[in-house]
Design a protein around this ligand. Sequence first.
Ligand code: GDP
Ligand code: GDP
Length: 455
Amino acid sequence: AAVEGFDAEDVEEAIDEAGHGPLPVLAVVGRPNVGKSTLVNRIIGRREAVVEDRPGVTRDRVTYEAEWAGRRFKLVDTGGWEQDVLGIDASVAAQAEFAIEAADAVVFVVDATVGPTDTDEAVVKLLRRSGKPVVLCANKVDGPSGEADAAMLWSLGLGEPHPVSALHGRGTGDMLDAVLDVLPDAPAQTFGTAVGGPRRIALIGRPNVGKSSLLNKVAGEERVVVNEMAGTTRDPVDELIELGGVTWKFVDTAGIRRRVHLQEGADYYASLRTAAAVEKAEVAVVLIDASESISVQDQRIITMAVEAGRAMVIAYNKWDTLDEERRYYLEREIETELGQIAWAPRVNVSAATGRHMEKLVPAIETALAGWETRVPTGRLNAFLGEIVASHPHPIRGGKQPRILFGTQAGTKPPRFVLFASGFLEHGYRRFVERRLREEFGFEGTPLHISVRVRE
Ligand code: GDP
Ligand code: GDP
Protein backbone atom coordinates (compact mmCIF):
# COMPACT_ATOMS: atom_id res chain seq x y z
CA ALA A 1 0.00 0.00 0.00
CA ALA A 2 1.26 3.47 -0.83
CA VAL A 3 0.73 6.08 1.85
CA GLU A 4 1.35 9.73 1.13
CA GLY A 5 4.81 10.67 2.38
CA PHE A 6 5.78 7.15 3.45
CA ASP A 7 8.22 4.84 1.78
CA ALA A 8 6.40 1.73 0.50
CA GLU A 9 8.93 -0.53 2.20
CA ASP A 10 8.50 1.26 5.53
CA VAL A 11 4.76 0.79 5.30
CA GLU A 12 5.13 -2.91 4.69
CA GLU A 13 7.61 -3.24 7.51
CA ALA A 14 5.35 -1.37 9.93
CA ILE A 15 2.44 -3.61 9.07
CA ASP A 16 4.59 -6.72 9.47
CA GLU A 17 5.87 -5.59 12.82
CA ALA A 18 2.50 -4.58 14.20
CA GLY A 19 0.92 -7.77 12.95
CA HIS A 20 3.19 -10.10 14.82
CA GLY A 21 1.26 -12.84 16.54
CA PRO A 22 1.84 -13.86 20.12
CA LEU A 23 5.53 -14.01 21.00
CA PRO A 24 7.30 -17.25 21.84
CA VAL A 25 8.02 -17.71 25.53
CA LEU A 26 11.44 -18.34 27.03
CA ALA A 27 11.65 -19.37 30.68
CA VAL A 28 14.73 -18.97 32.85
CA VAL A 29 14.82 -21.64 35.55
CA GLY A 30 17.28 -22.92 38.11
CA ARG A 31 18.07 -23.07 41.82
CA PRO A 32 18.07 -19.93 43.94
CA ASN A 33 21.25 -17.86 43.75
CA VAL A 34 22.57 -19.29 40.50
CA GLY A 35 22.03 -15.87 38.88
CA LYS A 36 18.64 -16.10 37.15
CA SER A 37 17.56 -12.58 38.02
CA THR A 38 20.94 -11.20 37.06
CA LEU A 39 20.67 -12.94 33.71
CA VAL A 40 17.12 -11.74 33.11
CA ASN A 41 18.15 -8.21 33.98
CA ARG A 42 20.98 -8.42 31.52
CA ILE A 43 18.81 -9.76 28.72
CA ILE A 44 16.11 -7.13 29.08
CA GLY A 45 18.56 -4.38 30.01
CA ARG A 46 16.80 -3.73 33.27
CA ARG A 47 18.55 -1.66 35.88
CA GLU A 48 16.31 -2.48 38.80
CA ALA A 49 18.06 -3.80 41.85
CA VAL A 50 17.96 -7.56 42.18
CA VAL A 51 17.61 -7.19 45.93
CA GLU A 52 14.03 -6.07 45.46
CA ASP A 53 13.13 -9.55 44.34
CA ARG A 54 12.79 -10.98 47.78
CA PRO A 55 10.27 -13.61 48.79
CA GLY A 56 7.28 -12.13 50.52
CA VAL A 57 7.59 -8.99 48.47
CA THR A 58 4.77 -9.04 45.99
CA ARG A 59 6.15 -9.54 42.55
CA ASP A 60 3.43 -8.93 40.03
CA ARG A 61 5.71 -8.91 37.04
CA VAL A 62 7.12 -12.21 35.98
CA THR A 63 7.04 -11.87 32.22
CA TYR A 64 8.94 -9.33 30.16
CA GLU A 65 9.29 -8.61 26.49
CA ALA A 66 12.82 -8.98 25.24
CA GLU A 67 14.66 -8.80 21.96
CA TRP A 68 17.85 -10.33 20.63
CA ALA A 69 19.22 -10.12 17.11
CA GLY A 70 15.99 -8.57 15.90
CA ARG A 71 13.76 -11.31 17.29
CA ARG A 72 11.26 -10.63 20.00
CA PHE A 73 10.18 -13.03 22.68
CA LYS A 74 8.71 -13.16 26.14
CA LEU A 75 10.89 -13.91 29.07
CA VAL A 76 9.53 -15.62 32.19
CA ASP A 77 11.62 -14.73 35.20
CA THR A 78 11.48 -17.26 38.02
CA GLY A 79 14.20 -15.57 40.03
CA GLY A 80 12.09 -13.99 42.72
CA TRP A 81 11.12 -16.88 44.86
CA GLU A 82 13.07 -18.84 47.40
CA GLN A 83 12.77 -22.07 49.22
CA ASP A 84 11.39 -21.00 52.57
CA VAL A 85 8.32 -23.05 53.13
CA LEU A 86 8.30 -26.09 50.94
CA GLY A 87 11.96 -26.91 51.23
CA ILE A 88 14.36 -26.25 48.45
CA ASP A 89 13.69 -29.18 46.13
CA ALA A 90 9.92 -28.98 46.23
CA SER A 91 9.85 -25.23 45.74
CA VAL A 92 12.35 -25.19 42.91
CA ALA A 93 10.46 -28.03 41.26
CA ALA A 94 7.08 -26.33 41.63
CA GLN A 95 8.43 -23.09 40.27
CA ALA A 96 10.23 -24.77 37.38
CA GLU A 97 7.16 -26.83 36.57
CA PHE A 98 4.97 -23.78 36.00
CA ALA A 99 7.61 -21.96 34.05
CA ILE A 100 8.48 -24.92 31.83
CA GLU A 101 4.81 -25.59 31.24
CA ALA A 102 4.27 -22.09 29.88
CA ALA A 103 7.48 -21.97 27.87
CA ASP A 104 8.45 -22.77 24.31
CA ALA A 105 12.10 -23.07 25.29
CA VAL A 106 14.01 -22.98 28.55
CA VAL A 107 17.31 -21.54 29.72
CA PHE A 108 18.48 -23.71 32.58
CA VAL A 109 20.93 -21.79 34.74
CA VAL A 110 23.52 -23.65 36.79
CA ASP A 111 26.21 -22.10 38.98
CA ALA A 112 29.39 -23.37 37.34
CA THR A 113 31.48 -22.48 40.38
CA VAL A 114 29.42 -24.89 42.47
CA GLY A 115 28.85 -27.61 39.89
CA PRO A 116 25.70 -29.71 39.52
CA THR A 117 23.77 -30.35 42.73
CA ASP A 118 20.95 -32.79 43.51
CA THR A 119 18.48 -29.97 43.06
CA ASP A 120 19.89 -29.29 39.61
CA GLU A 121 19.48 -32.98 38.80
CA ALA A 122 15.83 -32.80 39.88
CA VAL A 123 15.21 -29.92 37.49
CA VAL A 124 16.97 -31.84 34.72
CA LYS A 125 14.41 -34.62 35.17
CA LEU A 126 11.54 -32.13 34.80
CA LEU A 127 13.17 -30.65 31.72
CA ARG A 128 13.62 -34.07 30.10
CA ARG A 129 10.02 -35.01 30.79
CA SER A 130 8.77 -31.75 29.25
CA GLY A 131 10.46 -32.43 25.93
CA LYS A 132 11.02 -28.68 25.54
CA PRO A 133 14.23 -27.37 23.99
CA VAL A 134 16.77 -26.45 26.67
CA VAL A 135 19.84 -24.26 26.58
CA LEU A 136 22.23 -24.92 29.43
CA CYS A 137 23.69 -21.76 30.92
CA ALA A 138 26.87 -22.31 32.97
CA ASN A 139 26.79 -19.11 34.94
CA LYS A 140 29.39 -17.25 36.99
CA VAL A 141 32.11 -17.98 34.51
CA ASP A 142 33.57 -14.52 34.95
CA GLY A 143 36.83 -15.21 33.15
CA PRO A 144 38.69 -17.81 31.07
CA SER A 145 39.73 -19.72 34.19
CA GLY A 146 36.12 -20.68 34.76
CA GLU A 147 35.75 -22.44 31.43
CA ALA A 148 36.84 -25.74 32.94
CA ASP A 149 34.05 -25.48 35.53
CA ALA A 150 31.57 -24.97 32.72
CA ALA A 151 32.80 -28.06 30.91
CA MET A 152 31.99 -30.14 34.01
CA LEU A 153 28.32 -29.50 33.29
CA TRP A 154 28.35 -31.77 30.25
CA SER A 155 27.61 -34.42 32.88
CA LEU A 156 24.03 -33.13 33.18
CA GLY A 157 23.29 -34.66 29.80
CA LEU A 158 21.67 -31.52 28.41
CA GLY A 159 24.25 -30.94 25.72
CA GLU A 160 26.75 -28.13 25.49
CA PRO A 161 27.09 -25.90 28.55
CA HIS A 162 27.32 -22.25 27.52
CA PRO A 163 29.77 -20.43 29.76
CA VAL A 164 28.26 -17.12 30.82
CA SER A 165 28.85 -14.34 33.27
CA ALA A 166 25.43 -12.84 33.80
CA LEU A 167 27.06 -10.29 36.04
CA HIS A 168 29.54 -8.99 33.47
CA GLY A 169 27.82 -10.01 30.25
CA ARG A 170 30.54 -12.40 29.18
CA GLY A 171 29.16 -15.10 26.85
CA THR A 172 25.53 -14.00 27.08
CA GLY A 173 25.40 -13.12 23.37
CA ASP A 174 26.59 -16.56 22.29
CA MET A 175 24.14 -18.17 24.66
CA LEU A 176 21.24 -16.10 23.30
CA ASP A 177 22.24 -17.07 19.76
CA ALA A 178 21.89 -20.69 20.86
CA VAL A 179 18.50 -19.87 22.37
CA LEU A 180 17.25 -18.35 19.13
CA ASP A 181 18.31 -21.51 17.30
CA VAL A 182 15.86 -23.57 19.33
CA LEU A 183 13.12 -21.03 20.08
CA PRO A 184 10.16 -21.39 17.71
CA ASP A 185 8.87 -18.26 15.96
CA ALA A 186 5.44 -18.57 17.50
CA PRO A 187 4.26 -20.15 20.73
CA ALA A 188 3.43 -23.64 19.53
CA GLN A 189 1.40 -24.77 22.48
CA THR A 190 -0.78 -21.71 22.56
CA PHE A 191 -1.61 -21.22 18.94
CA GLY A 192 -0.04 -23.95 16.87
CA THR A 193 -2.62 -26.58 17.64
CA ALA A 194 -5.54 -24.20 17.83
CA VAL A 195 -7.26 -24.94 14.56
CA GLY A 196 -10.33 -27.01 15.27
CA GLY A 197 -9.18 -27.94 18.77
CA PRO A 198 -10.99 -26.91 21.93
CA ARG A 199 -10.71 -23.24 22.85
CA ARG A 200 -8.45 -22.61 25.81
CA ILE A 201 -9.69 -20.83 28.91
CA ALA A 202 -7.59 -19.63 31.84
CA LEU A 203 -9.55 -19.24 35.04
CA ILE A 204 -7.65 -16.66 37.05
CA GLY A 205 -8.12 -14.50 40.12
CA ARG A 206 -6.56 -13.93 43.48
CA PRO A 207 -6.67 -16.63 46.16
CA ASN A 208 -10.12 -17.36 47.62
CA VAL A 209 -12.19 -15.65 44.94
CA GLY A 210 -13.70 -19.05 44.17
CA LYS A 211 -11.70 -20.46 41.27
CA SER A 212 -11.74 -24.05 42.41
CA SER A 213 -15.40 -23.79 43.43
CA LEU A 214 -16.30 -22.48 39.98
CA LEU A 215 -14.22 -25.13 38.26
CA ASN A 216 -15.94 -27.83 40.29
CA LYS A 217 -19.32 -26.35 39.55
CA VAL A 218 -18.84 -26.23 35.80
CA ALA A 219 -17.00 -29.52 35.55
CA GLY A 220 -19.02 -31.52 38.04
CA GLU A 221 -17.04 -33.21 40.76
CA GLU A 222 -17.27 -36.70 39.39
CA ARG A 223 -15.87 -36.03 35.98
CA VAL A 224 -12.92 -34.15 37.40
CA VAL A 225 -11.93 -36.97 39.70
CA VAL A 226 -12.13 -39.44 36.85
CA ASN A 227 -9.93 -37.29 34.68
CA GLU A 228 -7.34 -36.87 37.34
CA MET A 229 -7.17 -40.47 38.41
CA ALA A 230 -7.21 -42.14 35.06
CA GLY A 231 -5.01 -39.50 33.51
CA THR A 232 -7.45 -39.34 30.64
CA THR A 233 -6.54 -35.81 29.74
CA ARG A 234 -3.44 -35.60 27.61
CA ASP A 235 -1.96 -32.84 29.65
CA PRO A 236 -2.46 -33.43 33.37
CA VAL A 237 -2.72 -29.75 34.16
CA ASP A 238 -5.40 -29.04 31.56
CA GLU A 239 -8.96 -30.26 31.78
CA LEU A 240 -11.48 -30.77 29.03
CA ILE A 241 -14.88 -29.62 30.19
CA GLU A 242 -18.11 -29.63 28.26
CA LEU A 243 -20.18 -26.49 28.60
CA GLY A 244 -23.13 -25.43 26.54
CA GLY A 245 -22.64 -28.41 24.23
CA VAL A 246 -19.06 -27.41 23.42
CA THR A 247 -15.82 -28.84 24.77
CA TRP A 248 -13.46 -26.28 26.28
CA LYS A 249 -9.97 -26.70 27.59
CA PHE A 250 -9.42 -25.14 30.99
CA VAL A 251 -5.68 -24.69 31.14
CA ASP A 252 -3.37 -25.08 34.09
CA THR A 253 -6.07 -26.22 36.47
CA ALA A 254 -3.64 -28.23 38.57
CA GLY A 255 -2.53 -24.95 40.09
CA ILE A 256 -6.13 -24.27 41.08
CA ARG A 257 -6.83 -27.71 42.49
CA ARG A 258 -3.57 -28.32 44.25
CA ARG A 259 -4.00 -25.89 47.09
CA VAL A 260 -0.50 -24.87 47.94
CA HIS A 261 -0.39 -23.25 51.32
CA LEU A 262 2.50 -20.92 51.37
CA GLN A 263 3.18 -17.95 53.50
CA GLU A 264 6.19 -16.18 52.14
CA GLY A 265 6.44 -16.16 48.40
CA ALA A 266 2.79 -17.07 47.99
CA ASP A 267 1.98 -13.95 46.03
CA TYR A 268 4.85 -14.52 43.71
CA TYR A 269 3.89 -18.14 43.27
CA ALA A 270 0.35 -17.05 42.42
CA SER A 271 1.66 -14.50 39.90
CA LEU A 272 3.76 -17.13 38.19
CA ARG A 273 0.84 -19.51 38.03
CA THR A 274 -1.40 -16.80 36.60
CA ALA A 275 1.20 -15.83 34.00
CA ALA A 276 1.62 -19.46 32.97
CA ALA A 277 -2.13 -19.98 32.61
CA VAL A 278 -2.59 -16.76 30.65
CA GLU A 279 0.23 -17.66 28.26
CA LYS A 280 -1.45 -20.94 27.43
CA ALA A 281 -4.96 -19.56 27.04
CA GLU A 282 -6.87 -17.70 24.39
CA VAL A 283 -9.38 -16.23 26.79
CA ALA A 284 -9.00 -15.33 30.47
CA VAL A 285 -11.96 -15.53 32.79
CA VAL A 286 -11.02 -13.23 35.65
CA LEU A 287 -12.86 -14.05 38.84
CA ILE A 288 -13.44 -11.22 41.29
CA ASP A 289 -14.91 -11.64 44.76
CA ALA A 290 -17.89 -9.29 44.56
CA SER A 291 -18.35 -9.36 48.32
CA GLU A 292 -15.04 -7.57 48.85
CA SER A 293 -13.58 -4.31 47.57
CA ILE A 294 -11.78 -4.56 44.27
CA SER A 295 -8.13 -4.81 45.22
CA VAL A 296 -4.77 -3.91 43.75
CA GLN A 297 -4.19 -7.61 43.28
CA ASP A 298 -7.38 -7.93 41.20
CA GLN A 299 -6.13 -5.07 39.07
CA ARG A 300 -2.74 -6.68 38.60
CA ILE A 301 -4.27 -9.90 37.43
CA ILE A 302 -6.45 -8.04 34.94
CA THR A 303 -3.42 -6.12 33.70
CA MET A 304 -1.55 -9.37 33.16
CA ALA A 305 -4.30 -10.71 30.91
CA VAL A 306 -4.61 -7.42 29.02
CA GLU A 307 -0.86 -7.09 28.50
CA ALA A 308 -0.69 -10.66 27.29
CA GLY A 309 -3.29 -9.65 24.70
CA ARG A 310 -5.84 -12.28 25.63
CA ALA A 311 -9.61 -12.10 25.29
CA MET A 312 -11.19 -11.44 28.67
CA VAL A 313 -14.39 -11.96 30.62
CA ILE A 314 -14.92 -10.61 34.13
CA ALA A 315 -16.94 -12.81 36.45
CA TYR A 316 -18.09 -11.29 39.72
CA ASN A 317 -18.43 -14.27 42.04
CA LYS A 318 -20.17 -14.83 45.39
CA TRP A 319 -23.14 -12.85 44.11
CA ASP A 320 -25.30 -14.85 46.54
CA THR A 321 -23.74 -12.95 49.46
CA LEU A 322 -24.45 -9.44 48.20
CA ASP A 323 -27.00 -7.20 49.83
CA GLU A 324 -28.38 -4.09 48.19
CA GLU A 325 -25.86 -1.78 49.76
CA ARG A 326 -22.88 -3.83 48.64
CA ARG A 327 -24.33 -4.05 45.14
CA TYR A 328 -24.57 -0.29 45.04
CA TYR A 329 -20.97 0.22 46.12
CA LEU A 330 -19.72 -2.51 43.82
CA GLU A 331 -21.16 -0.72 40.80
CA ARG A 332 -19.41 2.50 41.85
CA GLU A 333 -16.14 0.61 42.38
CA ILE A 334 -16.37 -1.02 38.99
CA GLU A 335 -16.87 2.35 37.38
CA THR A 336 -13.93 3.99 39.11
CA GLU A 337 -11.50 1.06 39.37
CA LEU A 338 -12.20 -0.91 36.23
CA GLY A 339 -13.23 1.77 33.77
CA GLN A 340 -10.27 0.87 31.56
CA ILE A 341 -11.70 -2.54 30.84
CA ALA A 342 -15.31 -1.54 30.38
CA TRP A 343 -15.06 -3.47 27.10
CA ALA A 344 -14.89 -6.83 28.88
CA PRO A 345 -18.17 -8.76 29.09
CA ARG A 346 -19.35 -9.13 32.63
CA VAL A 347 -21.23 -11.89 34.40
CA ASN A 348 -22.47 -11.91 37.98
CA VAL A 349 -22.22 -15.46 39.21
CA SER A 350 -22.25 -17.64 42.26
CA ALA A 351 -20.13 -20.76 42.23
CA ALA A 352 -21.97 -21.76 45.40
CA THR A 353 -25.53 -21.66 44.05
CA GLY A 354 -24.81 -21.99 40.33
CA ARG A 355 -26.38 -18.60 39.63
CA HIS A 356 -25.90 -17.43 36.04
CA MET A 357 -23.47 -20.20 35.16
CA GLU A 358 -25.27 -20.43 31.84
CA LYS A 359 -24.17 -16.88 31.03
CA LEU A 360 -20.51 -17.77 31.19
CA VAL A 361 -20.24 -19.50 27.83
CA PRO A 362 -22.01 -16.79 25.80
CA ALA A 363 -19.72 -14.19 27.41
CA ILE A 364 -16.64 -16.26 26.54
CA GLU A 365 -17.87 -16.70 22.97
CA THR A 366 -18.47 -12.97 22.65
CA ALA A 367 -14.96 -12.20 23.88
CA LEU A 368 -13.37 -14.71 21.51
CA ALA A 369 -15.34 -13.30 18.59
CA GLY A 370 -14.14 -9.78 19.42
CA TRP A 371 -10.60 -11.07 19.74
CA GLU A 372 -10.72 -12.55 16.25
CA THR A 373 -12.50 -9.71 14.50
CA ARG A 374 -10.92 -8.44 11.32
CA VAL A 375 -11.99 -5.14 9.79
CA PRO A 376 -11.50 -4.87 6.04
CA THR A 377 -9.10 -2.09 5.07
CA GLY A 378 -11.69 -0.29 2.95
CA ARG A 379 -14.20 -0.10 5.78
CA LEU A 380 -11.55 0.93 8.25
CA ASN A 381 -10.37 3.82 6.11
CA ALA A 382 -13.86 5.00 5.35
CA PHE A 383 -14.37 5.13 9.11
CA LEU A 384 -11.01 6.84 9.77
CA GLY A 385 -11.84 9.39 7.08
CA GLU A 386 -15.06 10.24 8.89
CA ILE A 387 -13.23 10.64 12.20
CA VAL A 388 -10.61 12.91 10.70
CA ALA A 389 -13.32 15.05 9.13
CA SER A 390 -15.65 15.25 12.14
CA HIS A 391 -13.07 15.20 14.96
CA PRO A 392 -9.75 16.47 13.67
CA HIS A 393 -6.69 16.36 15.92
CA PRO A 394 -6.15 19.63 17.81
CA ILE A 395 -3.72 22.05 16.18
CA ARG A 396 -0.26 22.01 17.81
CA GLY A 397 2.41 24.55 17.00
CA GLY A 398 0.51 25.66 13.96
CA LYS A 399 0.30 22.11 12.59
CA GLN A 400 -2.55 19.66 12.54
CA PRO A 401 -1.52 16.00 12.58
CA ARG A 402 -3.79 13.85 10.45
CA ILE A 403 -4.39 10.12 10.17
CA LEU A 404 -3.56 9.34 6.54
CA PHE A 405 -4.24 5.64 6.39
CA GLY A 406 -4.87 2.68 8.65
CA THR A 407 -4.88 -1.05 8.37
CA GLN A 408 -5.47 -4.01 10.64
CA ALA A 409 -2.20 -5.90 10.73
CA GLY A 410 -3.35 -8.82 12.83
CA THR A 411 -5.94 -10.44 15.08
CA LYS A 412 -5.93 -12.26 18.44
CA PRO A 413 -6.03 -9.50 19.60
CA PRO A 414 -6.84 -7.02 16.81
CA ARG A 415 -3.74 -4.98 15.93
CA PHE A 416 -3.91 -1.77 13.97
CA VAL A 417 -1.30 0.46 12.42
CA LEU A 418 -2.17 4.06 11.75
CA PHE A 419 -0.01 6.21 9.51
CA ALA A 420 -0.12 9.86 10.46
CA SER A 421 1.29 13.13 9.22
CA GLY A 422 2.38 14.12 12.73
CA PHE A 423 2.50 12.96 16.35
CA LEU A 424 -0.91 11.90 17.66
CA GLU A 425 -1.49 12.86 21.28
CA HIS A 426 -2.41 10.27 23.84
CA GLY A 427 -5.91 11.69 24.26
CA TYR A 428 -6.54 11.51 20.54
CA ARG A 429 -5.34 7.91 20.37
CA ARG A 430 -7.72 7.04 23.19
CA PHE A 431 -10.50 8.76 21.32
CA VAL A 432 -9.75 6.78 18.16
CA GLU A 433 -9.76 3.54 20.13
CA ARG A 434 -13.09 4.42 21.73
CA ARG A 435 -14.62 5.19 18.35
CA LEU A 436 -13.19 1.99 16.86
CA ARG A 437 -14.91 0.04 19.61
CA GLU A 438 -18.20 1.86 19.08
CA GLU A 439 -18.06 1.18 15.38
CA PHE A 440 -16.77 -2.39 15.20
CA GLY A 441 -17.56 -3.97 18.58
CA PHE A 442 -14.38 -5.64 19.81
CA GLU A 443 -16.19 -6.67 22.95
CA GLY A 444 -13.95 -8.62 25.29
CA THR A 445 -10.65 -7.88 23.61
CA PRO A 446 -7.78 -5.50 24.14
CA LEU A 447 -6.79 -3.53 21.03
CA HIS A 448 -3.26 -2.77 19.93
CA ILE A 449 -2.92 0.47 18.03
CA SER A 450 0.47 1.61 16.84
CA VAL A 451 1.04 4.89 15.09
CA ARG A 452 3.71 5.62 12.49
CA VAL A 453 4.55 9.24 11.98
CA ARG A 454 5.80 10.61 8.68
CA GLU A 455 9.42 11.80 8.99
P1 GDP B 1 18.72 -16.03 41.42
O1 GDP B 1 18.30 -16.35 42.80
O2 GDP B 1 18.99 -17.28 40.62
O3 GDP B 1 17.81 -15.08 40.71
O4 GDP B 1 20.17 -15.33 41.53
P2 GDP B 1 20.56 -13.78 41.50
O5 GDP B 1 20.47 -13.25 40.12
O6 GDP B 1 19.83 -13.07 42.56
O7 GDP B 1 22.10 -13.89 41.85
C1 GDP B 1 22.56 -14.45 43.08
C2 GDP B 1 23.93 -13.89 43.40
O8 GDP B 1 24.88 -14.33 42.41
C3 GDP B 1 23.98 -12.38 43.39
O9 GDP B 1 24.81 -11.97 44.43
C4 GDP B 1 24.61 -12.05 42.04
O10 GDP B 1 25.30 -10.84 42.05
C5 GDP B 1 25.55 -13.22 41.84
N1 GDP B 1 25.80 -13.49 40.41
C6 GDP B 1 24.88 -13.62 39.44
N2 GDP B 1 25.47 -13.84 38.25
C7 GDP B 1 26.80 -13.85 38.49
C8 GDP B 1 27.95 -14.00 37.65
O11 GDP B 1 27.86 -14.19 36.44
N3 GDP B 1 29.15 -13.97 38.25
C9 GDP B 1 29.30 -13.75 39.58
N4 GDP B 1 30.51 -13.73 40.08
N5 GDP B 1 28.24 -13.58 40.40
C10 GDP B 1 27.01 -13.62 39.86
P1 GDP C 1 -9.90 -20.19 45.07
O1 GDP C 1 -8.78 -19.99 46.05
O2 GDP C 1 -10.02 -19.04 44.15
O3 GDP C 1 -9.85 -21.49 44.34
O4 GDP C 1 -11.24 -20.17 45.95
P2 GDP C 1 -12.14 -21.37 46.48
O5 GDP C 1 -12.93 -21.97 45.39
O6 GDP C 1 -11.30 -22.28 47.30
O7 GDP C 1 -13.16 -20.58 47.40
C1 GDP C 1 -12.75 -19.85 48.55
C2 GDP C 1 -13.89 -19.81 49.53
O8 GDP C 1 -14.98 -19.08 49.00
C3 GDP C 1 -14.43 -21.18 49.88
O9 GDP C 1 -14.74 -21.20 51.24
C4 GDP C 1 -15.69 -21.30 49.05
O10 GDP C 1 -16.65 -22.14 49.62
C5 GDP C 1 -16.18 -19.87 49.00
N1 GDP C 1 -16.94 -19.57 47.79
C6 GDP C 1 -16.55 -19.78 46.51
N2 GDP C 1 -17.51 -19.37 45.65
C7 GDP C 1 -18.53 -18.88 46.40
C8 GDP C 1 -19.82 -18.30 46.10
O11 GDP C 1 -20.23 -18.13 44.95
N3 GDP C 1 -20.58 -17.89 47.16
C9 GDP C 1 -20.16 -18.07 48.43
N4 GDP C 1 -20.98 -17.66 49.40
N5 GDP C 1 -18.97 -18.60 48.76
C10 GDP C 1 -18.17 -19.01 47.76
